[in-house]
Design a protein around this ligand. Sequence first.
Ligand code: SF4
Length: 753
Amino acid sequence: MIAYAPRVSTTRTYRTCPLCEATCGLAIDLGGDDGREVRGVRGDEADPFSRGYLCPKAYGLKALHEDPDRLRMPLVRGTDGELHEASWDDAFAVTLERLGAIKAKHGADAIAVYLGNPSAHSLDAMIYGQVFLRTLGSKQRYSASSADQLPKMVTAALMFGGALTIPVPDLDRTQHLLVLGANPLASNGSLTTAPDVSGRLDQLRARGGTIVVVDPRRTESAERADEHVAIRPGGDAAFLLAIVHVLFAEGLVRLGACEGRVRGLDEVKAIAARFAPERVAARTGIDAAIIRRLARAHAAAPAAACYGRIGTTCQEFGTLASWAVDLVNVLTGNLDRAGGAMFTTPAAMTGRNRKRSDARFGRFVSKVKGLPEMFGELPVAALADEIESSDEARPRAIVTIAGNPLVSAPGAGRMARAFAALEFRVAVDPYVNATTRLADVILPPPSPLERSHYDVALYQLAVRNVARYSAPTFAPTPGRPAEWEILLTLAKGMMGMAAAPLAMADDFAVRELVARELADLTEAGTPAPVDAAGALAALGARRGPARVVDALLRLGPYGDGFGARPGGLTLDVLERDHPHGIDLGALEPRLPGLLRTGDGLVDLAPALVVDDLPRLEAALDVAPPDLVLVGRRDLRSNTSWMHNLTPLIKGPDRCTLRVHPTDAARLGLADGGSARVTSRAGEVVAPVEVSDELRPGVVSLPHGFGHDLPGVRMGVARAHAGVNVNLVSDEAFVDVPSGNAAFNGVPVTIVPS
Ligand code: SF4
């Protein structure tokens, strides 16, 4: 292990909460004989971004740190078929020997990799997960992105040039917010980093602004809104295109900051002409008059933002809906203006100066379904097919990193069979969960409190420009590698350099990353202030992800440019002078410099998107299914492992099937009874909760449950097992252009059970 200088514990430390996208600042009180006991967790009043806010999930950090079920040592499957504790050396040796043998015999593509959602909240995994993927060289890469926000990344790359060049609603200045398929009061914001989103929405209304929520369910956010419009699941693209139709038809189109900076406007006008409100009314379930009124209100607002989230991305027309969200922003003159939908200027990000577009898709396709590669990954909806294919180059092994795809991916029953058929499974994960119970080796990373943290990804989507670095609250336990050390050990081992010192591999990885950033700068016509060797020397004694953050900060817009801009931001400055983080200001206009679309214009009609319109138009003329299933988010839950934390799972059973009273009556379902839910993919039996919050014809189950499988070692979660909604979600039901899983709008039948 690399020598580590521990931070001296004080009674109160500060760090960013890593449990959701809001990035709240926490004040953590420590005590106990050795100072390693978490005595309290509260919001950090001095954090300039979250200003003392925290949600109940933050208390889960203590429970997570202390959870006896959280693995501290690796587990390796023995000849008796059971998982047994092993030394780190033995666990790495088994892993590298088996993965190496499979790669040597069948090639790199025989090893699939799946990155779960928590890896986006782990600095170690964000940086060194990519190092591992690069050295492995497998095309069989999957992540939770394709069960979440991939359509938005696709349309952002096509329209603006960057996969994370995603406009965020300028919540603090907008006067009119149109929200589709999002429940920020439960999620705390997603693809929009906004601590205390509840307070920000209250302020929006207090200054006279309005909120409209379009959702099949009357969510917590809909309850708070001025208007709730109960759309049919999957109707968002048609609804938004009808809004665009009204904008053109009534002469309401204003390009604002995009004037002279778009292409495809005439094509969009012609497309919109086909989506009159009357034509989409049946599919969307929304009266034409309401659509027209909402379009006029949006266009008339002094500043408005259209924002869509999981209900718009995880559905059968996810790419079209994601595109249409930003069409509305552009065509009402609200893109890139204060109070509209704006782009963040993050302090640290990789590829910041890259000039070429990220929009490179379909360089290969999945073997069975033919789903296209997106940003170097295949959609997770293709994973089970790929494993079970007869192709010689099929995956024979998998490495999951902070992932539980047997719970979080579509078609969970099929996925479980596929995983069981693999020759070898490795998990970098702290729990023996539904997926890792099948692993041959589990390599557990340390508690989040033993890691450094910087939200490299989430600060790209923040509603203010901010930077905050958290040093480890506790020094790592001696003898236990950090997550980045686990991933780097695997990376160098897969390169045939298992014996090479970790420090040498780290130097190599960081030099490569910095060299890429400097090359981007040069390509962009900006003289690089230093070469890679000089940068590495200037970065000093830090190792691991903190060194990378320092490099990215220094090369960023507020950075010291490695001496070129004296007084600029460095990690030393951030740590020393801003222990609560630094506010770098409100969002500012970024066009046209931000655009990486080749011609420097916003592409309003990308071919990949436009080519999917006939599928949507065909759906307008088809009667919707009798009953469809949608998901549900709870404030105290984000990922499946949170169900093992008592503060986050206690209370009434949350894993219920919510059914509208009308549907309950016609189906013979009773509140408190149970129902069998069946789809093409599978079935579950769930307790019924009759609720008029749903649109008739729509039922809802939350995700992340189903913890009672044999071998799961999560005692608290097992006691609140619930049912796995993804036994019913269907891996064949996807957003066609992106291959993203369509969890919302799954046709189901329901009978009493
Ligand atoms: S809102 Fe998110 S970041 Fe903030 S305390 Fe809750 S879980 Fe943590």
